[in-house]
Design a protein around this ligand. Sequence first.
Ligand code: FAD
Length: 497
Amino acid sequence: MREQTRQPAPLPRRIVIVGGGTSGWMAAAAFSRFLGEGWYVRLIESEDIGTVGVGEATIPQIQHFNAGLGIDEADFVRATQGSFKLGIVFADWLRPGHRYIHAFGGIGRPLGLIAFHHYWLRHCVQDGADDLWAFSATAQAAAQNRFGPAPAIAHAYHFDASLYAAYLRRYAEARGVERIEGKVVDVTQDSASGDIVSVTLDGGLSVEGDIFVDCSGFRGLLIEGALNSGYEDWRHWLPCDRALAVPCESVSPITPYTQSTARAAGWQWRIPLQHRIGNGHVYCSDHMSDDEAARILLDNLDGPALADPRPLRFVTGKRRQIWKNNCVSLGLASGFLEPLESTSIHLIQAGIARFLQYLPGETVDTADRDAFNAQMDFEFASIRDFIILHYHATEREGPMWQHCREMALPDSLAQKIALFRANGRIARFNEELFTETGWLQVLWGQGIRPRGWHPLADALSEADLAEFMMLAKAQASQQAAALPTHEAYIAAHCAAP
Ligand code: FAD
């Protein structure tokens, strides 16, 4: 058998990004940082079309993205009118008047082989106490409006998404990414393979590429418009399909958490930035009119609205093939999950990281693309399950809530709930995004109670268990109490000019 040596792919390889919202500029910045000289990156965007203009709350993983680019935290927060985020407060989700937080970071202290919460479950029975969040420094800090970058304080950010995109644009352009202003009006494909060869702009310019990155937003101009990837519709599990977004004047204190308040047929977000508060109402159009949704939103603002509510429509779900032929989709072009757990920007980042991991050479290998798609599918589905849990495990009344309580769940989620109900165990698979502590807080916060706990938690004597719990609680509250207020921290380190 004759051996063949693989020839290096011709350079430079040309990447064309279509779309300059958060996803387009995140991709451009990452490519400019991690691909070498052999890659030529261009980004096409249309000021006439604009961006979706929402997307202000994040999860801690964004720190890895920014750190990978070498971005300084204080500089970034200042430039984006940002604030720090310690978690998401869920108000009225279990029932009106109830409140809990999904705080970032760990809870309690490690002891032996099993997770802290098994000891805590036993402690609940022994001492009748059930405040899980007393053992989280992050939750305590959030409740007291404190923030500081102490090692145990896991955090993310709230920021103005258009300022973040502009920040990344400056970063990417300084590293050689070429920006082209114009509207894509046509896509040329190879007649045999279906691969995209070029896109044509309204002025007639044709932009050729080897790889195309579809960041064109909900319309999925390339992945759907040209390549007909297809869409998996998840509205039977997550029936909300509209949102209204409106900024209002800022009020003090700037809270270091996102708030999500359940409403009659959806929920309202509150995202505090330095210069304003971002608000929005996500709702199900089968059960609420646009006028009523707007009234509820405007009746529940902290300060005067700074604009009229902006309507948005979406279909929850994902592309059947997020990467098809020589086109990978990112952001809204790849799918949409409502922002209940602030996961969309994370999905962009995960898509970019995976694409770099499976970066094609001269041609796209099906095995690489299938592995990428399988991992993205899993990530979308596991986040979907986490969001469904909030809607399903609730005592709220009203037709939408009743539907969500009674609907058949995805097997993956039904198994997670059953496992937790049995002995408080939480199983995570593959590279699942949410941690054991994340699942624990939402399972517990939404009222699901285990029948038992891991038997190894019985190994401690009652006195030792009580002392262990007392120390863990004291440690959490001391850590939180040692932090400055969130506003004082921003004023000292990253106040926007
Ligand atoms: P877009 O912002 O829509 O950008 C699309 C780009 O494509 C634009 O630059 C546009 O000009 C360009 N374009 C389109 N068509 C053409 C064409 N023909 N020619 C040239 N250019 C074109 N995410 C979070 O992480 N946290 C949140 O709190 C959050 N809240 C959200 C709330 C709502 C109601 C919604 C709908 C989304 C939210 N998201 C959130 C998601 C977040 O907004 C998006 O993931 C993020 O903004 C990325 O959008 P995008 O870049 O994919 O698309």
